[in-house]
Design a binder for this molecule. Structure first.
Ligand code: NAD
Ligand code: DAU
Length: 336
């Protein structure tokens, strides 16, 4: 089997490429990534010289390039993860979110249709459903009510992918998963940002009252869910993937400080994210019943392992947090 993974140098993509190399050693993985600020080829340094992993720097919106790769490598399936992924950035500058997530995805779908790709896995998000009240959980038939430019762009790409199934009979499967955490996450997202700031004894910026809830999923569990959906999912279906680990942001921040033996006085409440979704929770009953998938990691064990990894891999995040990231971070702070 030859698989095109898009965004394979990002957080989930790099974990997925490594996971596939371990779990499906005979597969060839072609990794198409533009290497934006979020893409880091160094993360895949241990795959250097691996003939089953081919890295190509390029844009999913470059149809000619994509079609060339699909033919050159006789690609059977596409796992589409490349995206602009950060909600705060989409508030500062929505345009690239539409360009990459909406237009880029459509070009990728069109190229895949033209070249007869047998299965297209669209990696979407639970943010398509918008925000929940204090109870209940998103199912695959919950209304789509995205709030941010990021989630609206992901909803668009998710629906375009489904439209390619309905209209052109393309074999498309969509997964919508909750907040991932784990190794190699760019330190702009809640967990790695808080770990890195705490290690520098810098303030930990908690938005609003810190009581927003996310449903955390270990990235390895997500990768397993993606593989199961790719291999066994039914064409035209949507599968929610969730960790069953709802936590308030402030609990997580305090947990990280506890693991690092740092004082809670580092916590700084800051202005809320505009349009901040209050709560996400996933009902994963469908993927469990149909495909037999279930999250294996507990949040406490996974968080401890992740924090330990950041402590032990300072060189990775120190390189990542230079340059463009720092510039972005300064802008973020000036606008709050
Ligand atoms: P990320 O920001 O860490 O990585 C995105 C990757 O895509 C980067 O390597 C980047 O270089 C690449 N990329 C961006 N634009 C590109 C383009 N035009 N062409 C080719 N490559 C491009 O993102 P992530 O957190 O790993 O998320 C991966 C996917 O999973 C995204 O589609 C995201 O919407 C989805 N998702 C993420 C989460 C989460 O918690 N992180 C949860 C649900 C869904
Ligand atoms: O739910 C899935 C989504 O999860 C993915 O689709 C997105 O790609 C991914 O970025 C993530 O979105 P969130 O907005 O939930 O993640 P983030 O880590 O940015 O924020 C998590 C929560 O923490 C959210 O309530 C905002 C809050 N937060 C975040 C940051 C960066 C803070 O309080 N302070 C911060 O500095």
């Amino acid at each position: 089997m030859n698989v095109l993974v898009t965004g394979g140098c990002g957080f989930i993509g790099s974990n997925l490429v490594k996971y596939l190399r371990r779990e499906r050693p005979d597969w060839k993985i072609v990794n198409l990534d533009k290497l934006t600020y979020a893409g880091n080829l160094e993360t895949l340094a241990d795959l250097e010289g691996d003939p089953q992993h081919v890295f190509v720097r390029g844009d999913i919106g470059n149809r000619e390039l994509v079609e060339h790769l699909l033919v050159q490598h006789s690609i059977d399936a596409v796992m589409h993860l490349a995206a602009e992924s950060h909600v705060d950035r989409s508030i500062l500058g929505p345009e690239i979110f539409v360009t990459t997530n909406v237009l880029g995805t459509q070009q990728l779908l069109e190229a895949s249709r033209a070249r007869g790709v047998k299965r297209f896995l669209m990696v979407s998000t639970d943010e398509v459903y918008g925000s929940l009240g204090p109870t209940g959980a998103f199912t695959e038939v919950s209304p789509l009510q995205p709030s941010s430019p990021y989630s609206a762009s992901k909803t668009s790409s998710d629906l375009i992918a489904l439209a390619y199934h309905h209209t052109f009979k393309m074999d498309v499967v969509v997964t919508r998963c909750s907040n991932n955490y784990g190794r190699y996450q760019f330190p702009e997202k809640l967990i790695p940002l808080m770990v890195v700031n705490a290690l520098h004894d810098k303030p930990l910026p908690v938005y609003g009252d810190g009581a927003n809830v996310r449903d955390w999923l270990h990235v390895e569990d997500h990768c397993q869910g993606l593989l199961v959906a790719l291999e066994k999912g039914r064409a035209g279906e949507v599968y929610n993937i969730g960790g069953g680990s709802e936590r308030r942001n402030i609990e997580i921040v305090k947990g990280i400080l506890g693991l690092l033996n740092k004082p809670e006085s580092l916590i700084q409440y800051v202005a809320d994210r505009p349009g901040h979704d209050r709560r996400y929770a996933i009902d994963p009953a469908k993927i469990r019943a149909e495909l037999g998938w279930k999250a294996k990691h507990t949040f406490e064990e996974g968080l401890a392992d992740t924090v330990k990894w950041y402590v032990e891999n300072r060189a990775w995040w120190e390189r990542v947090t230079s340059g463009a990231y720092r510039q972005y971070f300064d802008t973020q702070y000036k606008t709050r």
